[in-house]
Design a protein around this ligand. Structure first.
Ligand SMILES: *Cc1c(COP(=O)(O)O)cnc(C)c1O
Length: 451
């Protein structure tokens, strides 16, 4: 299968090349040339384990990887999950379920995609007999998940920039206590935006980028979206048949990556009732789905920091489908958005989406309520999903992180401090980090001497 850019000015690429490229050269995002129809396969998928289902799903897209190799990659990608179900679906009430996506090595849902992506990168390096240097900026979860996806892999090095003193202590430990020789955690003197801007300049230097074979790790990689489709399918198959068609998946989101994956699966013929886009106080997506206007806002740091975004980087993929898969129209929308800061949509899949938003003032109360009603502890991101549920239909709330990653917020809400053995173990390991200025030249010099 080939993959096209949403902006239509990039040669279609095969799966491995589209994954290795990340952002398309024309500035667009890669999508499958055609969405497959899985409706005839659902009965066959019914009893499969998570890795089996993952293989069956990905083989439709990754047609350039021999099936045996793909199977080995998939199997390796889910061995570090601590729950045998990988993505367990827990019932909290007659019509209420949570899909726990936090049993991977860094205890957040990003492990589903980044464990796989690490193994895909490793294969690409082996097949091409090349090395790569992966670079990213993070406000917390992405950096940790990316590092644990590439930990100790031959021919790869990973450099993650994060704002010094502005990620949680546990997130910092997940990035800096790995002991792996190919991991470089760079503590930037500045904010997340400073780190990201410096990184943009590093990537903007084409000669440096080519010389050091730099690859970006961010939320727009095609492999991340496809890997995230699979847990929706897995969860849907575990619901009683009578509940499947009307189910609403409730998705805490900022960049629209997670909810987009579910929606694409629905377009592939899996009859899912709908999706709730659950934002925190950074509510560009909430406003979009309630008013039709997509308008940039300022970022307000929140108790659910992994959803603190200004614009939703994956939304362009949804725009592509909403404008009838017309790349010229996508370019026009993105241009209007860039110059005016807003775009009004007249036509999008309104029937499928509902939306909610949740301020910081509300999050502790929701954590309390869920604990009181269900004896279940949710993290501050997942709490946004519990803001308002439709009692008339089956809801599956995606739980995107373990509460143990956010002990302070949980303790303040319910008086209990959640813990997790993998986080406790980190507390006795030495922190190895490199302090650096938010300066492209300093970052390039570091990479040049450590790549
Ligand atoms: C990244 C992240 C999110 C938001 O994911 P999107 O890609 O914006 O949909 C939500 N919760 C947690 C815990 C995260 O790490």
């Amino acid at each position: 299968m080939k993959f096209l850019s949403t902006r239509g000015q990039t040669q279609p690429l095969g799966f491995s090349d589209a994954v290795a490229t990340g952002l398309a050269p024309d500035g667009g995002l890669f999508l499958p040339e055609k969405l497959p129809d899985l409706s005839g396969d659902l009965a066959r998928f019914e009893k499969m384990s998570y890795p089996e289902l993952c293989f069956e799903f990905l083989r439709v897209f990754a047609t350039d990887i021999p099936p045996d190799e793909l199977r080995a990659i998939v199997n390796a990608s889910y061995t570090r999950f601590s729950d045998p179900a990988i993505a367990p679906l827990r019932r909290l009430g007659p019509k209420l379920h949570v899909l726990e996506l936090f049993h991977g090595p860094t205890l957040a849902f990003k492990d589903f995609a980044l464990q796989l992506l690490g193994n895909l990168y490793e294969r690409q390096c082996r097949v091409r007999a090349e090395s790569i240097n992966v670079l990213g900026a993070t406000s917390g979860d992405t950096g940790a998940a990316a590092i644990h996806g590439l930990l100790g892999k031959p021919r790869t090095a990973i450099f993650i920039l994060y704002p010094d003193g502005r990620v949680s202590p546990l997130q910092e430990r997940q990035m800096t206590c790995t002991g792996a020789a190919n991991v470089f955690a760079l503590a930037v003197d500045g904010t997340f935006d400073d780190a990201q801007n410096a990184l943009k300049d590093v990537f903007g230097d084409q000669a440096f980028r080519t010389k050091h074979r730099l690859s970006a790790v961010n939320s727009i990689n095609l492999a991340r979206i496809l890997a995230q489709c699979i847990y929706y399918l897995y969860a849907w198959l575990r619901l009683p048949a009578a509940e499947r068609g009307n189910v609403e998946f409730v998705v805490p989101t900022g960049n629209f990556g997670n909810v987009l994956a579910g929606w694409m699966l629905q377009k592939m013929g899996v009859p899912i009732g709908g999706f709730k886009v659950a934002t925190n106080q950074n509510d560009i997506l909430y406003r979009m789905f309630t008013t039709g206007e997509y308008r940039v806002g300022a970022v307000h740091p929140s108790l659910a920091p992994s959803m603190d975004i200004q614009v939703a980087s994956n939304f362009e993929r949804f725009i592509y489908y909403s404008v009838g898969r017309d790349p010229a129209k996508v370019r026009e929308v993105m241009q209007t958005f860039k110059t005016t800061g807003a775009y009004r949509f007249s036509n999008f899949d309104r029937d499928t989406f509902t939306a909610s938003h949740c301020t910081d003032a509300e999050i502790p109360g929701i954590i309390q309520r869920v604990y009181r009603e269900h004896r279940y502890v949710v993290d501050p991101h997942t709490a946004c999903g519990f803001k308002e549920l439709d009692p008339s239909r089956t809801s599956v709330v995606l739980s995107t992180a373990s509460p143990a990653k956010f002990p302070d917020t949980i303790k303040a809400a319910i008086g209990l401090e959640p813990t997790h053995p993998s986080l406790e173990a980190l507390k006795s390991l030495p922190i190895v980090k490199h302090r650096i200025k938010a300066d492209p030249a300093a970052i390039q010099a570091f990479i040049a001497s450590h790549a």
